[in-house]
Structures are given as C-alpha cells and as structure tokens.
Write a protein that binds this ligand. Structure first.
Ligand code: FES
Ligand SMILES: [Fe+2]
Length: 346
C-alpha cells in the first residue's frame, strides 16, 4: 500500500453536480480533510475546510447565503475564496480571519477540486466528457468503499474478475483465455483485451439484444492520481462493424477519503438509446449490482490485509500487470512530490 500519502498537485472528483441542488451543502472527507462543498446563488461551486475558524463548528451544518457559506453556530459568513465576509453585529473582520479554500472546477457533470500548493492546472482534468456530451447519455453513480484506493484501481484495471465476481451481469466467454495487452507511456497506462466469437454476457443480452456469440472488447486507460476510463463493447460475432466502437464508456474516479476508505464516483455513458429510460434502468441496476459486488470483495480484501499489513505481500500475474504499472507510476509521482516538499522545507 502507498500508505496515507496522497498526491496533492492533482484534481480529484469530490461530488456529482446533482448533489449540489436546492442550497444543499455536501460534507465530505477528502484525503483526510473534512471539507464543505456548496453552490452559490450565482451557480458557481466552492470548497472550503468544514471547520469554522471561530469555534470549529462544521460549516456544512450551516447554510448558503448568497454566494457565501454561513456557519450554523453564530452565523459568520465565508466566501468561496475562504475570506470572512460578515460577522453578525457588523463587527470588523480581523486581518487574515478566514478558512482554507480549494480551487474548484465544474466539468462533465462532476465537481473537481485541486488539493495542491502549486497553481491549479485545468489541463490536468481528464476527459470525462461523455457523461454530458451531445449524442451521449451518462448514468452516474456513487459508492463509499472501505478500502485503500489502490485496491479499487487494481480491481478496475483487471477485468478478469468479471467472470467470477459479476456472474449475472458482466461475465461472458473469452475473458480468462485472452491475455491483457498492456502499454505504458509516461504516466499513462493503457490495456486492452480483444475477444472474438465468444459467449455473450447478460449486460449485452439485456442492453443490446446480443444473445448468440459476440466479439467483445475491454479497453482501459489509467491516469494519475486515480482516474480510469474504460471502453467496453460487443457486437455480433463477425459483424462488419469495427471492434472498439464503444457500446459504453465507464468513467471512474477513486477519491481517497482516508487511507482505507474511498469515494467511488462513476458514470456509464453510451452513444445510443439516449431517450430510452429502459436502457438507463438496465445500466443503473446492472452496474449498481456489479459495483456492489466489487465493494464486497475489496472490503474483505482490506480487512484481511489489515490483519497483518506489514506481511501482506500481494502476488501478481500477467492479468494484474496494468494495476502493477499504475502502482509503479503512483509510487514514482509520490516520491517526486514528497521529495519536492522536503527540498522546499530545507
Ligand atoms: S463557530 Fe462558526 S460562527 Fe461561531
Ligand atoms: Fe468489477
């Protein structure tokens, strides 16, 4: 495990856009930091420490007032920039009195927050556009999972497990006998498994009416700190359409809550059946069931690792390679970031 260090100079998804409606304030712990996420009346989103600098009441227990967040204890207000905007009784604001705030960007239907000291770099937000793109329909979801985020990165980069874990939804022919082809370019890992003339899977039977043999693909892309874009699809075996045209994309982010707990934000987006609520329902129920099965297994893994963490040496086989490469990249980036922090302190 990477321990409780989290990469700071990166974006993390901290909420779905639909969570911030009707003046709701989302209280969430991100990388061990309790934060309050809110949308001002002008529609822009802010994220501040969920700790009022007056007497440490949680700001999330207050309310949104205009574009500010107002503490629920004595009514002091803070802007999205963390600055104190008002103290009841119109008392003067002491110099420097405010709360920590984070750069936030709303994009692709997600709220992204930058946790680092370096200037936030918008170019580092990955392309999750299919969630909201014209001609696509996204079905989003969320789970809170009690495991280190690396176990979920491993899980999603090794879809061999669909045969054993997701028997009623994603399991199908060809998966265990087709090697995973893995490529590493810089900080990016890509992997794919192309399967020909194999038994169908229930999800393709239900969503696409593919009952016989299929040609099927699993294509992945990992980007730090913990984003995984997946292109999954199937067509009738031998049909004259190219392999790799996505039937659906699953866009995933595993934001650490703490060392052994994470927020799983995802969407399953498809470029067909856009106005068909039955298809939405198929994706919602099948993906929710499958991800719940993942949650059950990784949480049990984590509990067993925790019995004796120092001696928890995980073995790896070729189908684990994409996850291994992702771990290597994260370790290197963490060493670089921690090294830079140490140097700055000296
Ligand atoms: S604790 Fe927040 S206003 Fe007093
Ligand atoms: Fe899974």
């Amino acid at each position: 495990m990477a321990g409780s260090y989290y990469l700071r100079n990166h974006w993390y998804i901290v909420a779905h856009d639909y969570e911030l409606t009707d003046g709701k304030i989302v209280a969430r712990t991100i990388c061990d930091m309790p934060v309050a996420i809110f949308r001002g009346e002008d529609g822009k989103v802010g994220m501040v420490d969920d700790r009022c600098p007056h007497r440490y009441a949680p700001l999330s227990s207050g309310e949104v007032n205009g574009n500010d967040i107002q503490c629920g204890y004595h009514g002091i207000r803070f802007g999205r920039d963390g600055a104190c905007k008002h103290i009841p009784g119109n008392l003067p604001v002491p110099k420097g009195f405010g709360t920590r705030h984070f750069p936030v960007e709303e994009r692709h239907g997600f709220i992204w927050a930058w946790l680092g000291e370096k200037a936030a770099d918008l170019a580092m937000i990955p392309d999750f556009s299919e969630n909201k793109k014209e001609g696509w329909k996204g079905v989003p979801g969320y789970l809170n999972i009690a495991c280190n985020y690396q176990l979920m990165v491993d899980n999603i980069l090794d879809l061999t497990h669909v045969v054993f874990v997701h028997k009623t939804t994603l399991a199908g022919g060809g998966v265990t006998d087709t090697p995973l082809e893995v490529k590493v370019e810089g900080d990016r890992v890509t992997a794919q498994r192309m399967m020909h003339n194999v038994d169908t899977a229930n999800i393709y039977r239900a969503a696409r009416g593919l009952n016989g043999k299929i040609d099927r693909w699993q294509m992945f892309e990992f980007l730090p700190p913990m984003f995984v874009r997946i292109n999954l699809g199937a067509k009738e075996a031998g049909a004259d359409t190219p392999m790799g045209e996505p039937v659906h994309r699953v866009l995933n982010c595993f934001t650490p809550e703490s060392e052994n707990r994470l927020h799983y934000f995802w969407t399953t987006a498809r470029p067909w059946g856009l106005d068909d609520p039955k298809v939405d329902e198929i994706y919602r129920t099948m993906i929710d069931l499958a991800f719940d099965e993942d949650k059950r297994i990784v949480e049990r893994q984590q509990r067993l690792i925790d019995v004796d963490p120092a001696n928890a040496h995980l073995a790896s086989f070729p189908f684990d390679r994409a996850g291994q490469e992702a771990r290597r990249i994260l370790r290197r980036l963490m060493n670089e970031e921690q090294g830079a922090v140490k140097q700055a302190a000296e």
